[in-house]
Design a protein around this ligand. Structure first.
Ligand code: NOJ
Length: 551
């Protein structure tokens, strides 16, 4: 049976950075409503909103203090109801971020857990240990230990995989599972069409009594992924949740964030018999090389080049392995990584070709807001806006290693997630039409042309994305078979085939001119980026150029 999400082209909106309607420098729900005509014109048919719930904003909304109310910076419940209604009237489905692995430490459940160690809510979280000693050496994704001493003084510690203000829920407790199901039902009942399930692979933890084996100093916390990612209970706990929800909302789209899942786990999570997710987002799409990386300073904050041969292997593996199982998620960026223009493409032609490469494959595109304009990461001149201690350390270490502070900030600006969350470039007025106020996330922005300017230019990135989205909606690109062609490391060429229809997507990954010979003569250029010549079977592509052709 076909569902709406089999044809979804998803647009990811970071609510705080999309459009401010009340002049406080923070994007909001009314702002998103105002921009529905833009989304319609772009041609997308689903929006994923990053978290909008009441939150102290320690992690920009992923620290939820009330799942049943909208954060006052972002809007009201009445505005949310209107947004859902107006999106639907425009033919756009809505996917909400559903944060089920942890809450904020300001959530009433956690406050009660601290206030009443013998109460019901204590077991909603993971408390362990004595004398404020860490029960094990496991490290948090946000640095330091996963354990934080109970501030109410019991001597126990509580578990947090992310920030210490984001305690993990205890999914081993059936009450927690039912409480989170209630939350999901509340939003689906209000008309939401799908849930992007945050960090679901982490809900189960291994035996907490054991340290993670390490050769380093055992008193220092170490990342212990095998002890808190993709454990079998993830599936057994989520299966009843998904099944019960689907029984009442058969058309719900469950999109799981499975950062470290490999393709085989993706099969486990998305095969229809598993009754878990419809699709998953992996973070394993973009292997990089070590070329030019300085091992004396943190590698994750240094710009790295994509390892194209490895990338190709990864893509074809996901395409083939998920074929007939579920739709791969196709994306180049999101709020957790530097923008594709800054990280990978560097030029508009390359960005357009890469978009073609990715989105015309089998699967569901997710376009990160502003990507369709070619937006780049912001540039920060100080460490403060990163709001991340690891950047402070990086700048300090880099200076000791001989870099200037400015160089270190340039590297961090080009690689960190925060500068990828800059305000949308709507027009050429002050603050680019995003707000009348200084934006909450302020930095030097690039020379990218605004949406307004691009909308009247048929050769702009925005116009290209509009055409690409239309092309993707052809049955050939939604449902056709995928087959990678062997054409060398510097090119990425694949065939899509449906009945009598065949198309080739031909991309030059290098800055050198290249010649590719197709198995059949080209009939029509469906979409192009950069310089090219087509002579029957022979295709000549200029630097970073790309083509979609029918034969
Ligand atoms: C994944 C989200 O994408 C990220 O932004 C967040 O920090 C963590 N999950 C924790 O919720």
């Amino acid at each position: 049976m076909s569902s709406w999400y089999d044809h979804a082209i998803i647009y990811q909106v970071y609510p705080k950075s999309f459009q401010d309607s009340n002049g406080d420098g923070i994007g909001d729900l009314n702002g998103i409503r105002q921009r529905i005509p833009y989304l319609q014109k772009l041609g997308i048919n689903a929006v994923w909103l990053n978290p909008i719930f009441v939150s102290p904003q320690v992690d920009n909304g992923y620290d939820v203090a009330n799942y049943y109310a909208i954060d006052e910076q972002i809007g009201t419940m009445a505005e949310m109801d209107s947004l859902i209604k107006e999106l639907h009237a425009a033919g756009i489905h809505l996917i909400l971020d559903f944060v089920l692995n942890h809450t904020s430490d300001q959530h009433p459940w956690f406050k009660d857990a601290l206030a009443n160690p013998d109460g019901l809510y204590r077991d909603y979280y993971i408390f362990k240990g004595h004398d404020n000693r860490r029960p094990n050496n496991w490290g948090s994704f946000f640095g330091g230990s996963v354990w934080e001493p109970d501030p109410s003084g019991t001597g126990e510690s509580y578990f947090h995989l992310f920030d210490k203000h984001m305690p993990d829920l205890n999914w081993a407790n059936p009450e927690v599972r039912l409480s989170m199901e209630d939350v999901a039902r509340f939003w689906l009942g209000r008309g939401v069409d799908g849930l992007r399930i945050d960090a679901f692979i982490h809900i189960a933890k291994a035996n907490l009594d054991q340290d993670f084996p390490t050769t380093a100093d055992n008193s220092q916390p170490v990342l212990a992924e095998p002890f808190y990612a993709n454990l079998p209970q993830v599936q057994s706990w989520l299966r009843p949740f998904s099944q019960r929800i689907r029984a009442d909302y058969p058309d719900v789209f469950l999109l799981g964030e499975a950062a470290s899942a490999n393709v085989n786990l993706a099969v486990d999570y998305t095969s229809p018999e598993a009754h878990l997710m419809d699709s998953v987002i992996t973070f394993r799409y973009f292997p990089t090389t070590n070329t030019g990386i300085d091992s004396a300073i943190a590698t994750n904050l240094q710009p790295a080049s994509i390892d194209w041969p490895e990338f190709k292997k990864t893509q074809v593996t996901w395409q083939q392995t998920l074929s007939g199982v579920s739709r791969p998620i196709l994306y180049w960026g999101n709020h957790d990584m530097a923008r594709v223009m800054t990280r990978v493409a560097h030029t508009p032609v390359a960005a357009a070709s890469l978009a073609m490469l990715m989105y015309l494959q089998q699967g569901t595109p997710i376009i990160y807001y502003g990507e369709e304009l070619g937006m780049e990461n912001l540039h920060y001149d100080t460490v403060a806006p990163f709001a991340d201690g690891s950047v402070d350390d990086f700048v300090e270490t880099a200076q000791k290693a001989g870099y200037s502070a400015a160089d270190a900030l340039t590297m961090a600006s080009a690689t960190h997630k925060m500068p990828a969350r800059g305000p949308m470039l709507w027009d050429d007025s002050a603050h680019n039409g995003f707000s009348t106020h200084k934006p909450w996330n302020d930095g030097r922005s690039d020379e990218t042309a605004s949406a307004e300017r691009q909308s009247s230019d048929p050769h702009s990135m925005l116009s290209f994305y509009q055409q690409l989205i239309q092309l993707k909606q052809q049955a050939l690109f939604e449902d056709g078979d995928y087959c990678l062609l062997s054409t060398g490391d510097d090119t990425y060429v694949y065939r899509r085939q449906l009945g009598q229809q065949t198309a080739y997507v031909v991309i030059n990954l290098s800055s050198q001119k290249t010649v590719i010979t197709l198995p059949a003569a080209a009939a029509q250029v469906m979409l192009s980026a950069g310089d090219y010549t087509v002579n029957d079977q022979q295709i000549i592509l200029g630097a970073h150029a790309g083509l979609a052709l029918s034969v």
